[in-house]
Design a protein. Sequence first.
Length: 125
Amino acid sequence: MTLPLFLLIVVTGGLGAGVRFVVDGLIRSRVRTAFPWATTVINVSGSFALGLIIGATLSNLLSPELALVLGTGFLGGYTTFSTASYETVQLVRQRRFAASFVSGVLMLVFSLTAAGLGLWLGSAF
């Protein structure tokens, strides 16, 4: 990996984190619930986007370097498995067992489905 590529990944990772912060705030300001909808939307949309990127890369529509910048950089900063885990544990601590189960399963199933759909669409071109 070259230094310019590394620096581009670092910068786009920061941009992804900034976008996550804005999207999280927008969703939380509109959806007033203890369920972690913002994190769910972020992780599902990020999984879809990563699927698109990988599919487009496998179809030679994107270079592997651009896939690294967008996938590892931007989407690495945008998505947040650790926050999803934390919020699910918080639901357990609040004794909201059904919500914690739904949160964990919903995030996993929707994220995997979104990634698969993105991969399929990205490979279709």
